[in-house]
Design a protein around this ligand. Sequence first.
Ligand SMILES: [Zn+2]
Ligand SMILES: [Zn+2]
Length: 159
Amino acid sequence: MELGRRCIVNTCERSVKALGYCSAHYERFKKGSGLKPDKPIRKSADSITDEQLQDAAKRTKSWRGLLNYLEFSTMSGARKAIQNRVKKLGVDISHFPVQNPRVKCLIEGCTELNHSKGYCSRHYGFLKRNGDPLKTIVTGKKRYDSSGYIRLVVMVTMS
Ligand SMILES: [Zn+2]
Ligand SMILES: [Zn+2]
C-alpha cells in the first residue's frame, strides 16, 4: 500500500513524497548535496503551499498549533517566515490569541498595548489578582495615579 509509506532514509519517519524519499530528503537528493540522514530536517516556510497555510490556520487555534500542525518546531526560524506568509496571504487568524504587541488592550478606552491575553499589563494584573480586568481594587498597596494622587486603597476580602 502506498499510503503511509515511510521515507527510505533509515532514521526518517516522514511519509514518502517521491522516489521513496520524503519531501525533505527528496529535496536533498535533488540538490545532490547528500542525504545526510543524521542531519535533522529543517523545513523551510517555502515548502508550505498557500493552501496548506490556509487549511492549517483554519484547523488550529494558535501560532503554536499552526506550527505544530505544519510540523515546524516553534523554536525554528521558520516561525517568522510563516507568520509573514500568513499576513501576506491575508489568512484569517482572528481566532488566534493575540500575540502582536502592537495590538491595543481589550478594555474600551484603554490605550495601552497588549501585554498578555489581549490586556495591557495593568488590566492583565487586575485580571490575575481580582479575576476581573475592570476590578481595579488594589489590596494592601499604595498606588499613585497618573496625576500623582494616592488612589484610595481598599482592603477587600474575596469570598
Ligand atoms: Zn526522509
Ligand atoms: Zn488596559
